[in-house]
Design a protein around this ligand. Structure first.
Ligand SMILES: Nc1ncnc2c1ncn2[C@@H]1O[C@H](COP(=O)(O)OP(=O)(O)OP(=O)(O)O)[C@@H](O)[C@H]1O
Ligand SMILES: [Mg+2]
Length: 252
């Protein structure tokens, strides 16, 4: 191994397997993401992208192997303020009414300090994040009454509001119009210039494409390509690696 410090890696996944409902949905995943990298996670529906992302942010347990964030194993990781996460879809939150402002402000609360009061800096951060996604005039509206694309923009604002060092985005711009995607890509570009690490699942990178340093392609719960972004498409479809002893994914 190199002399690189463990904590210089934003994300480190070692031999990760994840079991959902008795099925191994992820198998033997190894992934290291350095601070400042911008990584796209690609792959067909059901290949395990969201499962990987959810395991990285501690929402799903590992059946085997380990995930570390900034050098700390996820079960012991407490600095959630350093991490921003946009889930693939807004969760049907059991009918709890929440306004745009409340959802965005929840991005400032770490998992351990749910009721910490908001200071002036926090309020300004919320205003800035609402501006980025052009939802400032909807702040008092119930999220449930927004369109799908508008809800997605609220989730993006929630992930950006704490100015995290690591942004983990699961199809953040699915259903978001092109103009908003462009604004989002500009916001991400600024943060990347400031050193933010980005891991983004996407089927259509759109204006984000130019920001990607590296792509990881998944198929049937495994990583089948990890390398420069513009080779990923071809490699993903015709992959001749001899390291995979399960040829099943070749036929899917
Ligand atoms: N709660 C669950 N119980 C059992 N299997 C699950 C569960 N959630 C997901 N799966 C299965 O895990 C596999 C991977 O799902 P995942 O959501 O990670 O795929 P994905 O790559 O994100 O797909 P998409 O592009 O559609 O978002 C799928 O076969 C799915 O059916
Ligand atoms: Mg998914």
């Amino acid at each position: 191994m190199t002399s690189e410090n463990d904590s210089a890696r934003a994300v480190q996944v070692d031999d990760l397997s994840v079991d959902l409902g008795g099925r191994l949905v992820l198998r033997g995943i190894d992934l290291r993401i350095r601070q400042g990298e911008v990584v796209a996670v690609l792959g067909t529906n059901g290949s395990g992208k969201s499962t990987l992302i959810k395991t990285v942010v501690g929402l799903l347990p590992a059946a085997r192997g380990e995930v570390r964030l900034f050098g700390t194993p996820v079960p012991r990781f407490r600095e959630w303020r350093r991490v921003g996460y946009v889930p693939q879809r807004i969760t049907a939150a059991g009918g709890v009414p929440a306004t745009v402002y409340e959802v965005v402000s929840s991005g400032l609360l770490s998992k351990r300090r749910m009721f910490a009061p908001l200071g002036a800096a926090g309020k300004q951060a919320i205003e800035d994040a609402l501006e980025v996604v052009d939802m400032a005039d909807r702040r008092k509206d119930a999220v449930a009454e927004l369109s799908g694309g508008q809800q997605q923009r609220v989730l993006i604002a929630r992930a950006l509001v704490s100015d995290p060092e690591l942004l983990i985005l699961d199809e953040p711009t699915a259903g978001v119009d092109l103009a908003s995607q462009q604004i989002f890509a500009d916001a991400i570009r600024e943060r990347v210039a400031g050193g933010t690490t980005v891991v983004m699942v996407s089927h259509d990178l759109g204006p984000m494409d130019a920001l990607i340093d590296r792509s990881v392609v998944m198929r049937r719960g495994r990583i089948v390509y990890d390398g420069p972004p513009h080779a990923s498409q071809t490699h993903a479809h015709v992959h001749h690696s001899h390291t995979d002893d399960d040829p099943g994914w070749l036929t899917s």
